[in-house]
Design a protein around this ligand. Sequence first.
Ligand SMILES: *[C@@H]1O[C@H](CO)[C@@H](O)[C@H](O)[C@H]1NC(C)=O
Length: 612
Amino acid sequence: MARQRTSAGLPRVFHPTYYLRRPRRMLLLFSFFVCTTYFLWDRHNLVVYHEETVEELARENEKLEHKLQELTKVFKEKGETLPKELEFQEHEKRDRKSSEQGYATGLLKRFRPVRRKNPPATDVDKDPVAAERREKIKDAMLHAWTCYEKYAWGMDELLPQSKTGQNQFAGLGATIIDSLDTLYIMGLQKQFEKARDWVAENLDFNKNVETSVFETTIRVLGGLLSAYDLSGEPMFLKKAQQIADRLLPAWETSSGIPYNVINLATGHASNPTWSGGASILADSGTEQVEFIALSQRTGIPKYKEKAEKVIKQLRKVYPSDGLLPYYLYPDSGQLGNHGVVTFGAMGDSFYEYLLKVWIQGNKTEVVKHYREMWEQSMEGMKSLVLKTSDGYTYLAERSYSQISNKMDELACFTPGMLVLGIDGASPQKAEEYLNLAQELAKTCYNMYMSTSTKLAGENYNFHSDGMHVGTSWSIMRPETIESFMYLWRKTGDQKYRDWGWDIFQAFEAQSRIPTGYVGLRDVNSGEKDDKMQSFFLAETLKYLYLLFSPSTVIPLDEWVFNTEAHPVRIVPRMNEPISLEDEVRKERGKPSNPVLQIEQRQRWKGRGKIAN
Ligand SMILES: *[C@@H]1O[C@H](CO)[C@@H](O)[C@H](O)[C@H]1NC(C)=O
């Protein structure tokens, strides 16, 4: 009864029977819906398209302004004046005004990420098994995070067995900062917000302790920049700038090669005593991505200038095989020949950053020399590629001219790097890189599977009868999984997901305890240690999560990962003077020729963007 009364009270057009009984009306209604949907969809596309066009035009405009500026200079040098309508002076004045606040030269346009209120919904893989596994990895992150919150909140790292924390990175809450982007990417919004609030309210850089410039850069500066790029919250950038300002004195050396240790309160920089006064290759050559990103986002060039000067100096002393022993001298800028050539500890990420700075700058002419140096090193690396009789390819180390048949798990980032380097290589080189990457990845997987715990030791010795654990502890390092992630995205070969899952299962079986995750003192006995490394949350779990995510989650044509797995946005570098070439020219005593530079740039553009 009640229903009848209600329907009787409504106009008949709202009554289903009005349509059901008359197919033509139904068709009309259906057409109306289709048209409306199409109209809305079309509008939306148009808006997106317009935004892209505007951005494209802005970039084009900036390029033209730069060319004009260079032309003006040439004309002035010749004592001629440019036609009035070109009026570039006005821009120069405007730029100078902004440079008073530190936004120098006007060539550096600030990059601002979009501010987001909530993390975007992360895409789920079509494969239900992958989707389910990804949830398990997210659970692992939640467990690690919750235990850290409970026992070590605000300290650098959790000691799960002792149920307390430890400050090994100057007490900057390393685990919190290292976890920000992982929490964000996994959609753990409540946890992300708590971490963010801690950074805003409690993070204090005024610490009167000596700390590693490298570790602070990759964990703290990298973590803050990534959180900024993902969330768009300006507070993260402000904090990033504060820590970078405290690190800058490390680069005040006569060669520009930094000291590797700094007191954050006093700014006193030095080198560790064990290196005999030398700086370490990886410690000195793994700040470029972060400092360049900071310059791009603040508009202040001094950060990238400091970091890039290191590469310029190293280029002057670059060996012909592109392989650098890991000791450098900050005063002379020379290489110490007693250093070891390695893609493992103390060498590794220097090579990684040569490639990544090129990717970060979107592979333009400004960053082309990074790619060239990287390719030179990859050629040289072939002399270290060896194979055991049972078919495992490995990367040896070299001291003076002596080969040492040892490979660190750390060097297992190499397959991923090679895969990243494929774009931009000749077809022949591309094939070479992919083959080597696949072979090395197999060896790295075997580092894990050949032990009784299925976790890898810190390094391996390679003999004629196969590979054996050297240093036998495991601290839940990410490099092998990182490489699987890149290989999976490149090849789509299911094997890499399966391998990653095997390793995750071993972490669950061996490293997970009710109060967090721990490493192993020995991968064969399985004896546990008492530390949850902050990189386990920053890198290992993030790369695992991405391995089981579709490639639309942090797409590799928009993001580049720093060596602590913090993704920063790719921002094309186009309107900067090609400072390296300027430097070389200055040394040769030739004045730089801006017109020639423009011509060269145009020629290069005509060939397409990839520099071989
Ligand atoms: C990088 O360059 C390519 C080709 O010029 C362009 O399509 C792409 O949008 C650029 N990427 C970014 C992040 O600007």
